[in-house]
Design a protein around this ligand. Structure first.
Ligand code: ANZ
Length: 820
């Protein structure tokens, strides 16, 4: 036959692999361990092209590690709590588990057909009570350490999904999931104290930057948002405690002409005079009606209300007015800002709108035509001519001026140097049903009480359809039988916490659980986790740059502090795949340009689809399916397969006596493929295998022929290399070459280093017409290199002696003639 039957080959090998279980990770294996993790999916349907891409890319590395002799942990599960299942359940009047289970079954079936090398013996779903029991257990440990707490504050509220959102889930003012405009609501919510780890989360990036994609590292740095500056205390009329502001530019204090307080902060409400209260309240109502998008728009005119009190500038003693505004954020810094219109554009606009004075305190460069100047320069007006102050920083550059001001403030006890982070605590409670219940009981007598460990999991009550409709409070809170319970401390009547946890809590620790997924009496076996982890590679979407990837790092640090794991970073290296798009655009229902994975697999087979995705380009790049040719991939696979039928030497024939030219190509290909996989250049690996297939075909048809052992060696290398990308055809080739399954565990082909040494030629060096040296050089050596090499040779130098070199004639690569 000149081609194989794609469908028949797929159907033939699947049951064999099911039997062999070649990818089951053995905890007790003496081999060196590797952990290859790819982000587990939400089961919101069957697998799609995006999954096909990421699983194909990820599998190259996982399968490569097996071939290299490692014991590989490559697990897969499902992030199965969350809104898609809940919304579907409301639509179809069913239980979210119904939808979840059906999608998981479909996805597992597809993954197996796709021959992704996952170890299915370790799979779990985060919505399994056996899993979320431990999510709750971890919450309890965080609570005990003071890392989980409740507070009332204005939170992001999605009016569509009727739930709060973490800052990380608000994208450009809109709900990350449904796109609705997010508003603010004052609510008591649960938080994880991720801010305790802000500095460490930042510092860890210095190491990760070597093995993580730049854009992820940058996104995390920006999200953590460390800035250095000072807290400055302003005495405010009629208030005992001073008002503290956070500033990154304490050196601009001489230009502070007003103070602005966040209108929605309690401080504003507290400071406002009776006379100004009506105006203040009217303004606050107006602001609350505005959406986050409007509030954050930079081109929006500045608004505010004078609170009617004044503050004293601690350096100049001047009285400045205190205003409330919406451009100051309540939950950043201290919620109060010293207004420096000369140095901050927002303050400039505010001062201009309100008719407040503007004083420059940094000399802008000549010709500066902007408004506020925030750049480098020397301090001026600090103090201004005629102004008296105990501090004088005129003439200092920004850094020196900052330091001098902080020193002064510290001495006066009116301020301190301070570091600030943009990172907020992680709001983890959700008013939705399909999540892990928060394991806390509220007792009128004892307040918040943790549900005792032995009573975990706190299982979800059986609710379905209309019971799940968002009402602004959790559907759990309305499930009376479930909510009403007794206090674990006193046994008196109490109520369960009605919120569930953000699904990002579930996915913050799943990588640990895979190491010992069946534990029933502990969260995981620390010994096994320490043996497998940290993950050697994490493959997934860049959209998780700040959410999941920051939370997982935070969890790891806490688990390390608890003594449960012996490392502080969970993912040593990371690879982000690009998107699969179609006709230049993201696939979407409205554009009708979606590509159905199942149809592609039907038409071209698993191997050709996988090969196409891997061969498309560097993994980080987007793949436009419209420009791809799975048909071309299939043709190539048929060509590769034909080689296996043309090998006529017996299996096990030593290759030593075989055709050297072909042996060199094979050795070079195998050698380079390893380096290419390790640097994630999978597409180049495919290109090199294509070249090897061509070279082998030529050797069979017009070279030494199919009986030459070098041909067998080459065809076997093709099968092993293809097993990383196209497992079905690779297995079929392997069988035709006379081997037992499975090629996936055949082992990386041995490379004789002698075959990697390039051919050399002998260059003759003559001095005064006599041969003085013979040099072994590369056939493509450049003339200049050959000349330098010749003149540097000791015998040549001796022959030249003190004579002056008149001319050097070079005929690369064979001859150098030195004329003296
Ligand atoms: C005076 C000043 C003068 C400032 C100047 C800047 C330039 P980052 O780097 O983001 O930390 N700020 C402080 N708290 C704020 C809040 N809650 N809402 C809005 N703005 C706030 O920025 C810190 C700077 O942002 C602070 O430094 C403060 O303005 C402002 F020439 O203080 B600055």
């Amino acid at each position: 036959p000149t081609s194989y039957d794609v469908r028949a080959v797929e159907e033939k090998w699947r049951p064999v692999w099911d039997e062999l279980q070649p990818f089951r990770a053995d905890d007790d294996s003496p081999r060196e361990k590797k952990y290859a993790l790819t982000m587990f999916p939400y089961p919101s349907g069957d697998l799609h092209m995006g999954h096909a891409e990421v699983f194909a890319l990820h599998d190259v590395v996982a399968r490569y590690w097996w071939q290299r002799g490692y014991e590989v942990l490559n697990p897969m599960g499902f992030d199965s709590f969350g809104l898609p299942a809940e919304n579907a359940a409301i639509r179809n009047d069913e239980h979210p588990a119904t939808y979840t289970k059906a999608n998981i079954a479909k996805s597992i079936e597809s993954c197996q057909r796709y021959a992704a090398s996952f170890d299915w013996s370790r799979t779990f779903n985060t919505s399994d009570p056996e899993y979320y029991r431990w999510t709750q257990w971890l919450f309890a440990r965080f609570y005990e350490r003071g890392l989980a707490y409740r507070k009332k504050s204005p939170v992001n509220w999605c009016p569509q999904d009727q739930t709060v959102l973490a800052n990380e889930q608000v994208v450009a003012g809109a709900c990350e999931r449904c796109g609705a405009e997010v508003t603010k609501k004052e609510l008591t919510q649960w938080y994880f104290k991720i801010t305790d780890y802000a500095q460490e989360l930042l510092d860890g990036l210095d190491d990760l930057e070597k093995t993580w994609p730049d854009r992820v590292v940058t996104a995390q740095r920006n999200w953590i948002g460390r800035s250095e500056g000072a807290h400055v205390d302003f005495v405010v009329q009629g208030r005992e405690e001073p008002v503290t502001v956070y500033t990154t530019r304490p050196d601009t204090i001489f230009g502070t002409t007003f103070m602005v307080v966040a209108v929605d902060a309690a401080l504003a409400d507290e400071l406002v005079t009776d006379a100004q209260r009506p105006a203040f309240e009217a303004y606050r109502d107006e602001v609350r009606r505005a959406s986050e998008i409007e509030r954050l728009a930079t081109d929006r005119p500045k608004t505010g209300v004078d609170l009617g009190v004044t503050a004293t500038n601690p350096v100049t003693g001047e009285q400045i007015p205190v205003w409330a505004t919406d451009y100051v954020l309540a939950d950043y810094g201290t919620g109060a800002v010293m207004g420096v219109p000369g140095g901050d554009q927002r303050d400039w606009e505010f001062a201009t709108a309100m008719g407040l004075p503007i004083v420059r305190t940094t000399e802008p460069p000549a010709g500066f035509e902007g408004e506020a100047y925030a750049g480098e320069g020397l301090a001026i007006n600090s103090p201004a001519p005629g102004q008296s102050a105990a501090l004088n920083i005129n003439g200092l550059d920004v850094d020196a001026a900052k330091r001098a001001t902080i020193d002064f403030l510290e001495e006066m006890k009116a301020g301190t140097g301070a570091v600030n982070f943009r990172l907020r605590d992680w709001l983890l409670s959700r008013q939705r049903y399909w999540g892990a219940p928060i394991p806390v009981v509220h007792c009128p007598e004892h307040g918040e009480v943790l549900v005792p460990d032995e009573q975990l999991p706190v299982e979800l009550p059986e609710l379905r359809g209309a019971d799940l409709k968002p009402k602004g409070t959790s559907p759990l809170a309305a499930a009376e039988e479930w909510v009403n319970t007794t206090c674990p401390t006193c046994g008196g009547p109490a109520t369960r916490d009605g919120d569930t946890m953000d699904t990002f809590v579930d996915s913050s620790w799943y990588m640990f659980r895979y190491c010992s997924p069946h534990e029933t009496d502990r969260v995981f076996d620390s010994e096994k986790v320490n043996a497998w982890m940290a993950c050697d590679l994490y493959v997934g979407g860049v959209e998780h740059a700040v959410l999941h990837l920051l939370y997982g790092r935070f969890f790891t640090k806490v688990l390390n502090d608890m003594g449960l794991v012996d490392f502080r970073e969970p993912w040593l290296a990371q690879l982000n795949q690009g998107f699969v798009i179609n006709q230049g655009k993201k696939m979407s229902k409205s554009l009708g340009n979606g590509v159905n994975l199942g149809e592609q697999l039907e038409a071209f087979g698993v191997d050709a689809v996988r090969l196409t995705l891997v061969f498309a380009g560097p993994p980080e790049d987007d793949i436009d399916w419209a420009n791809m040719s799975p048909d071309g991939s299939l043709k190539f696979l048929q060509r590769a397969w034909r080689l296996s039928g043309d090998v006529t030497s017996a299996p096990g024939t030593p290759a030593e006596g075989g055709d050297v030219a072909l042996r060199r190509v094979t050795a070079r290909t195998v050698h380079d493929a390893a380096e290419l996989v390790e640097s994630y250049r999978f597409n180049v690996v495919v290109a090199r295998v294509m070249e090897l297939v061509n070279a082998t075909r030529k050797a069979i048809d017009s070279g030494p022929g199919g009986a030459d052992p070098a041909v067998r060696e080459a065809a076997e290398a093709v099968a092993v290399l293809l097993s990383l990308v196209a497992p079905y055809v690779a297995e079929e080739m392997w069988e035709r070459l006379g081997h037992e399954p499975t090629v996936a565990r055949a082992g990386w082909p041995a490379v004789d280093p002698a075959l990697l040494v390039e051919d050399t030629v002998t260059a003759v060096v003559q001095v005064k017409g006599k041969v003085k040296a013979r040099l072994e050089v590369a056939p493509d050596i450049a003339e200049a290199d050959l000349e330098a090499l010749a003149l540097a040779d000791a015998d040549v130098q001796r022959a030249i002696g003190d004579a002056a070199v008149r001319k050097v004639i070079v005929r690369a690569p064979k001859l150098v003639n030195v004329v003296v």
